[in-house]
Design a protein around this ligand. Sequence first.
Ligand SMILES: Cc1ncc(COP(=O)(O)O)c(C=O)c1O
Length: 375
Amino acid sequence: MTPADVRSLFPILAERAYLFSGGIAPASSPMLTAIEHHLAALTHNTGDLYVDFMDEPRALRERFAALLGADEDEIVINDSTSAGSSLAVSLVEPTPGGNVVFDGFPYPSSVYPWMFPPRDILERRFVQPRDGLIHVEDMARAIDDNTVAVSVSHVTPAQGFRHDIGALADMAHAHGAALLVDGAQSAGALNIDLHASGVDFFATTAMKWLLGAAGLGFLYVAKRHLDRQPPTAGWVSTSQTDMERLRLQSSAERFQLGMPNLMGVAASLPGIDILLETGMDVVETHVLDLTGYCIEGLRERGIAVRTPSDPAKRGGVIAAELPEAGELQAFLTARGVDTYNAGELFRVDPHIFNNRADIDRLLAGIDAFRSGAKK
Ligand SMILES: Cc1ncc(COP(=O)(O)O)c(C=O)c1O
């Protein structure tokens, strides 16, 4: 599928320039069809749906794994990135005297789980940016033999900065530490090979760049960690009903408790299929072309873009600082251009279904806003 083919699958684009995939993806027509099929099955073949309840989740795990260079048995289906990050933290031993290394752009769900006993004994170290960038050598200086984990967002949501997760994994492993990655802003936008990268744990959500549903998330647990003890267990975690002994699944299913969100699973399969059929190399090239084009247009207008120009240091998120971000975002929404703001943060997140005309429409909207046409 070409980017133009993908574009034709998203009804919203007939009217709007949707540029907020880092928040939530719009529905594709295959997603709507899948939801209709699920509802029909739930209405008319309810018993079969229950008997076959593991089929679609297994297919989703397989395709997610294929998209990201992993194996099906390394994938846990849960409800969100935050749930995955939290589960990953619970799989790391809190060694007394140990520390965890973060960057200066952390996401709350990567940090808060470390504040609960018994992991609150670990020192929390934050590596601050220089010139708007997190430097690999600064991360290296913060990691030592007492580091138990390094935890970052692959692409940071308020800066659009991309880490080199392969380099971080090597650094962490050289000191016996694990690398935990929040991939909410990278999975589905960038061409990722989890096995090649050496990442230990990678959490993400279906609802953003993976073009799926909210309430459906994934955690990748590298095979070498599949013997870890889950913090808790449910009926999916074990393959037996012996109440005297707990025998956990050997796959990542040991980290799953009960019935997954079947509606969310059904709604999330088509998005991953679209990305697989397009090819993540094509998706990444397209996303980086659009972000580069947009950054240029914003900079030409004197807007303070936080996101690096270097394509190796960014993904699909463009973050800028703008005192009038809220007003501008509302103005653009009224003109059919969807962006995001939080305080002075202004965000534009183009995906595979966007094109340069969407970016031109955004830039024309910014020009109209600035020329005083504030309605
Ligand atoms: C880096 C990052 N992590 C996590 C989240 C939240 O994801 P979830 O709601 O799936 O926990 C976001 C949402 O914007 C994000 O940008």
